[in-house]
Every structure is written in C-alpha cells, then in structure tokens.
Ligand binder design. Structure first.
Ligand SMILES: Nc1ncnc2c1ncn2[C@@H]1O[C@H](COP(=O)(O)OP(=O)(O)OP(=O)(O)O)[C@@H](O)[C@H]1O
Ligand SMILES: [Mg+2]
Length: 838
C-alpha cells in the first residue's frame, strides 16, 4: 500500500469489493481500540481492508492518518525510521529517532497504520507500544499474519470474502456474494464483456468455494478466463484441491489454499513466463527497462531473450501475478504482492539462479545510481528539470536500493553497498535522512575495509562525514580527514574537494575562521583545476559566510553572488537555492528588504521542488521576519506558522526553537509583551536543554525592554511560566495567541490571504491553502471525493500522468505522503476556514 494509499502513488488500481459488514463492525470497534490488529492468512485481504478502514477513519484524526508499508522492509531496527520517513520526521542530533518521533506525535490526534508487520513482529510491537505510551491521542492499526501481542491489543480476524450459502438456489443472490463479485470484476477486467449469468454462476461459485473465498486466490483464478472457460478453471482447480485436501496438514488451511492457488496458476504459465516470473522476485518494484536489463539473458536455469520481456511481462500482468501501476512521475512500474513474491523467490532458488540474478541486479543498480548521482550533482551537463527528476527516480527506486543494501550487508559485499550509498548521499542530505544514510554506511564499513579500493572507501568516508555534520561535527571532521587522504592518494578530485568543503564547514561551526578559509581556498584550488564547478560554488558560499562573520558585507555579497552565478551556470539550482538563502539573510540583516524578499522567494520555489523541508523552514522564517519589519503582521504569522509546522513535522528541535523566537518577535511588534516574554523564555529553556548556544543577548534584551511596562515582578513570573513550557505547549501557545492578537478582518488580513501571490512569488505574500495553485486545489477536491487518477483525468480533461504529477506536487508542497493525508489536510483547512470565517 505504499503503492496504494500511501505517498508513492496513493491509489488503488482496481475496484474494492464488498466488506461493508466488516467495515461497519471495525468502525464501531476502532474508537475504543488504541492498538487494533487486523489478523489473517496471506492474501485474505488485510491490507485492502485496512486501507479502507483508515480512509474512513481519517476525518476523525485532525492531525493526520498515515499508512506505513512494511512489507519490503527487512531490518527490524529500521521500523522507526520507516515510520518517521512516512510521517515526515527526521532525526535530531544525538537523539534516538524513536524519541523524536514520540515527541512529534505526542500532541497529535493521529492514526498510524502499520501494514504487513508479520516479519518484523517484535520491532513493530516495541515501536507501537512506545508511541502509544507517549502519545495519548495516537491510535495504531496494524495488519499482520499473527498478533503483535502488545498490551491493550484488540485482535480482529479478517474473514475470507463472503461465499454464497450452499443452500441458496437463487442465482442473483449467489452472484451478489462478495467472493463472486470479486471474481466477476477481475474476470471482466481480463476479458471485457465477461459477466456472471445463469450459464456460468454454478461454475464460478464452485471456483470461489474451492479457494475458500480467499481474495488473492480468486483473483488468480479469475485472471485465466481469457484462455480457459470458467468450467475448465473449476474442473482444474477441483483436481488440484482434491490433492490439497488429502495432503499432509502442516500449514494452516487458508495458507495451503493460497499456496495451491498460486501453484496452480504458476503451472499454467509457459516456460519463458515462469523464468521471468521467478527472476522478477529480486526486485521490490521495477520498470520495464530494469526487467529487460536484469532478467534477460542466460542464467543457470535457462535463457530469456530481452526482446520477449515486454510480452512476457504483459502476460504475467494478465494473470494477476504482477501488478502494473503508475509512479509519481506518471510512468509504469510493476510489483508483486508479497505472498506471490515469496513464492517466486522460492522458484528462483530451486532453479539455482539467485546468486547470478542478484549479481546482475546489483551491477545494474550501481551503474544506474552512479549515473543518476552524476546528473544530480552536476558532474555532467543537464537541465535542472533532469536533476529534479533524479530525486523522483531515487524516491521511486528506494525499495530496490534498500533491498540491494540489505543484501550487500547480509552477504558481506561492502564495495557494492558503499558505491550505492555514495550515490544516494545527496538525497539523504537534502531530505534530512541522516540516520538512515549513516546507518547503512556504518553497517557496510563494519564488514571490514581492508579489500576496498581507495576511491570507494575515500568517497564513502567523505559521504559519512557529510551525514554526520548536523549531529556531530567533530566526528564529521575525523571521517573527512581520513577520506581526504585516500581521495588525494587516488586522485579523486571531486571527493577531495568535497572533503575540503566539509572541513571548512566543520571549522566554521567551531568558530575557527582562518582554518575554515584555508580549507575553502584549498577546495577551490582542487575543484577549479578539475572543472568541478559545484564544489567551487560551494566553497565560495562558505567564504561568503566567513566574510559576513567578520563584517565585510560587500565581500560577503560578492562571494554569495559568485556562488549563485556558478550554480546557475551549471544549472544546479540546489546550489543556487543555498546561495539565494544566504543572500536573502545578508540583505535582511542590512534591512534591504526589497532585495531580500525575492531572494528568499526564489530559493523557496527551488527547495519545494526537492522537498528540502529544513531549508524551506529557514526561508519562510526569513520572509516572516521581513513582514514584521513592514508591519504586515498577518503575513508574518502565516509564514512563521508554516515554518514552525515544517520544523515540527520534521522533528527539528532547533527549527522549532527558532520558530518560537520568531513568534516572540512578532508578539513584541504586535504589542503583546506578555506573550513575547513567555515564548522567548520557552525558546531559551529549550536551547539550554538541547545544549545549543544561547540566543544573541540583544534579541532577549529587545523582548524584555518591550515588556518593561508590565513591571519587573510580572516579567519574572512570565519568564518562569514560559521556561516551564514543553516545546509543543509553547508552539501551541504561539499559534493560538498570535492568532488572537491578529486582526480578524480588515485590509491587512485580506491582503495576507490574497490568492494572487504565493510564498514563492517575489511579492512574498503567502498563498492560502498550502501554496497550492488553483489547479492543484481543484485536484485536492477530487482526491477528497475519493476519485482515482483516471477519474480525475476524465473529469478535468487532462491525462492521468498529468494528474499523477499534480498529486506528487501537492504531496511535496504539503509535506505529506498519501492521499489520505491530503484529504485530512483539506479537512483541516475547511475547519480553519470555518473558524476564521474565511
Ligand atoms: N475487498 C476486496 N476487494 C477487492 N480486492 C481485494 C479485496 N480484498 C483483497 N483483495 C485483493 O486480494 C489480494 C490480496 O489482498 P491483500 O493484499 O489485502 O491481502 P493481505 O491479507 O494483506 O495479504 P498479505 O498477508 O500477503 O499481506 C490483493 O490483490 C487485493 O487487491
Ligand atoms: Mg498485506
């Protein structure tokens, strides 16, 4: 369902049948069950049922409902990371991710569904217990083949689809049972015009009964109507199941039913179809070209011609053994249901092919990610849209990449794993997945580094250093130095320059200006000699920051503009956004707001494209500060709200603290000194708790001066009260109180919600409804109505691929990952609009 409701596509690809009674029962049960497990054998329909249950419940969870797919995850230790990445929480320096996650969820009335927990049962049990204990408004729904066995778990057995009563003679009534309706739907898709009528109803009922109403088995049987009559299917199945029922009864009955149904379907395949089917089991999901490159050719179990693969894949899709679906870029990818994939993997092992196919898969992955990384990092000429596309590609491939990495760790292949990590590093850094990246690299390095080529180990150490910068600069420095030595020895100039740039930043963090400048200069020398403009631009930005620190603003601006120009010349807009953010900060500090605004706005547009939430929060905060200086308080409040929500959604403590400081400044400006003192005090206490440097004394003084009229005692009391607030309570206070202090109507309110400008516009006015365009809002409306992409496309007269792209953009802008979350967000908007009378 990461392919269904969740963000990867968020769409169900075929009709959901029946289950009205089950859903009715579950909806009654759910409010009283904080941990609800939908339990049942493979293919019984747990995932589909959970999907609909969550969709139906989402509206009761104002802070969000998430569907987290775990089927493809193999490492129990990554369960928290997976939940965090779906919810949009990133780890914070020096804290276990689960604690950040718990903090982010604590104030929320939220629903999390964990799908397919059976292979990670202990880790899921621990994570859900911990989150439920710390977040009183949280509910967890899991699907699993066995119960989690946690306290207060309500286990609900998912029954098979309803079958017609054996005594019923009424054909219409028989055809209305859920099992037969599913058969009719899937058979109709395989063979247009297929319908159940008096002539075939008995045979279809026999098929559904033979497979015990297990939906996956019904689908597999129905897919054959194109080549077999229902009577033939019924007869063949009956033979098969007669055997099944006399066979040794070791597995649970429905499991055996399903296994027999898959066997049956598999045995009917042609030999080349069987060969492709088993080889596809190495992928988490795949586009056609990947299947051609990896599965074609001669292996132990036989040969497969590349030119035949499209037809074979189509044949497997026709038999419901593989599922085609559009990805966020509107392109078709295929996947298998977990049960089917496990079966295919067994067949691969029987054919003695796993090692060869995995090796070819990993060669392909390494080639492909290194090609993508070269585009993303501007090592080869390409347009910015091609570079943005690299991010989307990595998102689409994440399942395959994780799988390849897992295999490398398990099989001691550090070199392949590290090459993949090195290529994935930019995505981890931009999107804030530091812990995931660091975890993989550490795991691979721990396999031993002696046989590794210098260039691979060197690049991996530099990448590891970059991932450590935000959490542990000293450790980052150590890794970078070790990496630098190897890269120099090996002549890897890009990585040597990257290491020097990182060492410059480490020195900058530590306040060692001279050392930072020396490293940045050295980076420029290495990179410009190699024609590596990305690193030249990066180093120029660092030198610009250094110039600003020593008060040479003209030089800082010049260097910032150099960095910007270089990034634009090579069309690496990510670098340009960083430079723009720096120039925006610089212009704002010199009170040149007319220059600062468009810098921030332009940076924000780029950052949104690559979902760089931490930097987006910084940009919005900068825009809000400018709005205060222009007395546009409602505008400032909108920016700060979005900024602090982004920081909160990513679990960034420092982002939230900066947000509280911003709200304090706004409160002072709006003549609410009591609020200002409390928020400043909360920010100061939170800084101390997180062992972050104190805020500049002038800032605190401004707040306290603004509150002088309240009297010394009152200010002290307010400071004490503010210091005792938790981060969430302080944010809630900031949002609620500043809302109250802002004018409910009048010119400034209506201007601040003008639909003409977005935070991305040079005018710098926030746009209502999450910065969505009119078309995107229209599509949100359709999503809320539960329409699929194809239906939205019909309604709006555009292609489904365009709809998929819009949906992906909406998710990126809102920072959500599923259609349910879009719907929940829209419900939240409606509620806010209702409250504010908008
Ligand atoms: N009510 C339903 N309507 C339509 N299709 C269904 C329904 N229930 C299940 N299916 C289909 O049956 C197949 C198996 O369903 P699902 O993946 O939900 O099972 P599951 O119990 O989650 O299996 P697993 O244990 O392997 O995760 C899927 O192809 C699904 O689309
Ligand atoms: Mg499932």
């Amino acid at each position: 369902m990461e392919q269904g409701v969740h963000g990867d596509a968020g769409e169900e690809l075929n009709a959901f049948i029946g289950r009205e009674r089950e859903l009715g029962e579950l909806r009654l049960l759910a409010p009283g069950a904080r941990a609800l497990t939908l339990c049942g054998s493979g293919g019984i329909g747990k995932t589909r049922l959970a999907l609909h249950l969550v969709a139906g419940l989402a509206a009761s969870f104002p802070d969000g409902a998430w569907f987290v797919e775990l089927a493809d995850l193999r490492q129990p230790e990554l369960v928290a990371a997976r939940i965090a990445s779906v919810i949009g929480v990133i780890e914070e320096p020096g804290r276990p991710l689960i604690a950040t996650l718990a903090d982010a969820l604590r104030p929320r009335r939220a629903l999390i569904a964990l799908d397919n927990c059976e292979h990670l049962i202990d880790a899921c049990a621990v994570a859900s217990q911990l989150l439920l204990a710390s977040a009183p408004g949280l509910q967890v729904i899991t699907t699993s083949r066995e119960p989690l066995r946690v306290a207060a778990e309500t286990v609900w057995q998912v029954p098979p689809l309803s079958l017609p009563s054996p005594c019923s003679g009424d054909e219409a009534e028989i055809a209305q049972s859920d099992a037969l309706r599913l058969f009719a739907d899937r058979a109709g898709a395989a063979k247009p015009g297929f319908a159940i009528g008096p002539a075939n109803v008995a045979a279809v009922a026999a098929i559904c009964r033979a497979v015990d109403g297990v939906p996956l088995a019904i689908e597999l049987a129905a897919a054959w109507v194109r080549v077999l009559s229902v009577e033939q299917i019924a007869a063949r199945l009956a033979d098969r199941f007669r055997l099944l029922h006399t066979a040794e009864r070791t597995a649970p009955p429905r499991h055996r039913t399903l296994r027999a149904a898959i066997d049956w379907s598999h045995d009917l395949l042609t030999s080349p179809e069987q060969v492709l089917f088993r080889r596809l089991s190495v992928f988490a999901s795949w586009p056609l070209e990947m299947a051609e490159q990896v599965c074609g050719g001669q292996f132990a179990g036989g040969d497969l011609a590349v030119r035949d693969i499209l037809d074979l894949l189509t044949a497997l899709a026709d038999k419901s053994l593989v599922l085609p679906e559009p990805d966020a870029r509107g392109q078709i990818r295929y996947r298998m249901l977990d049960t089917i994939r496990d079966y295919a993997a067994e067949r691969l092992a029987e054919a003695n092919e796993p090692d060869q196919v995995h090796a070819k898969f990993h060669d392909y992955v390494v080639r492909e990610v290194e090609r993508l990384a070269a585009i993303g990092m501007a090592l080869v000429p390409a347009s910015w849209s091609a570079r943005v596309d690299v991010f989307r590609r990595f998102e689409a491939e994440i399942g395959n990449l994780r799988q390849a990495l897992t295999y490398c760790v398990a099989n001691g292949d550090a070199e392949t794993g590290l090459r993949i990590c090195v290529a994935m590093r930019p995505v981890w850094i931009v999107q804030g997945s530091f812990a995931e990246g660091a975890g993989w690299i550490d795991g691979l390095l721990s396999l031993g580094t002696s046989g590794l080529p210098d260039n691979v180990l060197g690049a991996a150490l530099v990448g590891r250093a970059q991932l450590a910068l935000a959490t542990d600069p000293a450790e980052a420095g150590r890794h970078a130095k070790a990496g630098l030595e190897l890269c120099r020895a090996d002549g890897s100039e890009f990585w040597a320059a990257s290491a020097l740039n990182l060492l410059a930043e480490v020195a900058l963090h530590a306040g060692q200006a001279a050392e930072a400048a020396a490293h940045a200069d050295a980076a420029i020398a290495v990179a410009s000699g190699a024609g590596d403009w990305f690193n030249v631009g990066y180093a120029s930005g660092t030198l610009g920051t250094l110039a600003a620190y020593r008060g040479d603003l003209a030089e800082a601006r010049r260097l910032g503009e150099t960095a910007l120009q270089i990034a634009r010349d090579i069309d690496q807009q990510w670098g340009a956004a960083r430079a723009l953010l720096g120039l925006g900060d610089l212009a704002r500090l010199t009170e040149d707001y007319a220059a600062a605004r468009p810098h921030y706005a332009a940076a924000l547009d780029i950052l949104r494209e690559v979902s760089a939430r931490p930097e987006m929060a910084r940009c919005l905060a900068g825009l809000g500060r400018i709005a205060i200086s222009q007395a546009e308080y409602d505008v400032a409040r909108s920016y700060f709200s979005e900024s602090v929500q982004l920081s909160r959604s990513t679990g960034s403590r420092i982002g939230v603290i900066r947000g509280l400081d911003s709200f304090a400044a706004l409160a002072t400006a709006q003549g609410n000194p009591a609020l200002a003192v409390q928020l400043a005090a909360a920010a100061a206490a939170l800084r101390e708790a997180a062992t972050l440097p104190e805020a500049p004394a002038t800032r605190t003084k401004r707040t306290l001066d603004g509150a002088a009229e309240l009297g010394q005692d009152a200010v002290e009391e307010l400071w004490r009260a503010g210091s005792a607030l938790s981060s969430d309570a302080a944010v809630a206070l900031a949002l609620a109180e500043s809302d109250r202090s802002s004018s409910p109507s009048g010119p400034s309110t209506s201007r601040s919600h003008s639909a003409a400008a977005s935070p991305g516009d040079p005018g710098g006015q926030p746009q209502p409804a999450g910065g969505l365009t009119a078309r995107e809002r229209e599509i949100v409306g359709c999503v809320v109505r539960g329409l699929r992409n194809s239906a939205i496309a019909d309604e709006l007269g555009i292609s489904p691929a365009t709809v998929a792209r819009h949906v992906a953009n909406i998710m990126r802008k809102l920072g959500v990952s599923s259609r349910h979350q879009i719907a929940a967000w829209a419900a939240g908007q409606a509620a806010t609009d209702g409250r504010t009378g908008r």
